[in-house]
Design a protein around this ligand. Structure first.
Ligand SMILES: [Zn+2]
Length: 278
């Protein structure tokens, strides 16, 4: 099933980019862990791991094709100036330790930067784990910050925010920001929404107000697609990346051919919500 789905995703995407669906926009790449895929049981869309050699192929491709990387805090300026052609933002969710040991040296090798989103309850002076994987410690975060990596909030507890009370939502947003600011001594401006992003404008309006109130200026979510001036600065769409992205698939996603899946995702969410709400 998984393999069939992968072949279908890949075939449609690679075919579309070579035909009529090519669209321009700024790609925001979403990575999680840079490590070997040990089970391979998930649908490729949900796989969180990218092996180091594949991650390096992606970064090498960007460097060879003259892409320049931006931190998420710099996206707004770039898309408004119409500089979406050869810019990319590279993001990592969940604060896994392999960013420090494996991803960062590869980024450095190709002169690329990234934004890393931390669920702060899992970042400590002692090593913690999230989803069975080691997370970074504060001293590793401080070292990377010194080397130019941007850090943003991924909430405190990696909570499912949709449905939380206003107080609980505000706590997740403010305390994670405070924790990072206290350690790094710089303002934290960026936020990554954990889990699927609900297609519910009441919720996104409420969340955007809270983010603005606490001094956030930019953010990303899991909605699929390329970014441009019409996107929401707090909930930028991203392209999920993992070990299933060979060079053709990677290039096709960057060139907008994966946006078809974003449309499928939105339609599916609307249908599911309609079903749920009767
Ligand atoms: Zn996450």
């Amino acid at each position: 099933m998984t393999n069939k789905m992968l072949r279908l995703d890949r075939a449609i995407t690679v075919h579309l980019t070579r035909s009529w669906l090519k669209r321009r926009g700024l790609p925001v790449l979403m990575y999680h862990s840079i490590s070997e895929i040990t089970d391979g049981l998930r649908h490729p869309y949900y796989e969180l791991r990218t092996p180091a050699n594949i991650f390096e192929e992606h970064m090498q491709w960007l460097a060879q094709n003259d892409y320049r990387s931006l931190p998420v805090s710099g996206l707004q300026g770039a898309v408004l100036d119409g500089q979406d052609g050869k810019h990319v933002a590279i993001t990592f969710d969940d604060g896994f330790r392999d960013f420090y040991t494996t991803a960062f040296p590869i980024l450095q090798k190709y002169g690329l930067t990234a934004t890393v989103f931390l669920p702060t309850a899992y970042i400590s002076h002692n090593r913690q784990q999230f989803l069975g994987l080691d997370c970074m410690t504060w001293s590793e975060v401080e070292e990377l910050h010194g080397a130019g990596i941007e850090f943003g909030s991924h909430t405190v507890s990696h909570a499912r925010l949709y449905g939380l009370s206003q107080d609980a939502l505000e706590m997740e947003i403010s305390e994670s920001k405070n924790a990072i600011e206290e350690k790094l001594g710089v303002p934290v401006r960026t936020f990554a929404h954990p889990y699927a992003f609900p297609s519910d404008s009441t919720y996104s309006d409420r969340l955007r107000d809270l983010l603005a109130k606490h001094g956030y200026r930019a953010g990303v979510c899991t909605a699929l697609g390329l970014e441009n001036a019409s996107g929401d600065p707090y909930f930028r769409r991203r392209l999920p990346m993992n070990g299933f992205d060979d060079a053709d698939f990677f290039q096709a996603k960057l060139e907008g051919a994966y946006d078809w899946l974003g449309t499928v995702q939105t339609v599916r969410k609307r249908i599911m919500q309609r079903v749920k709400h009767g």
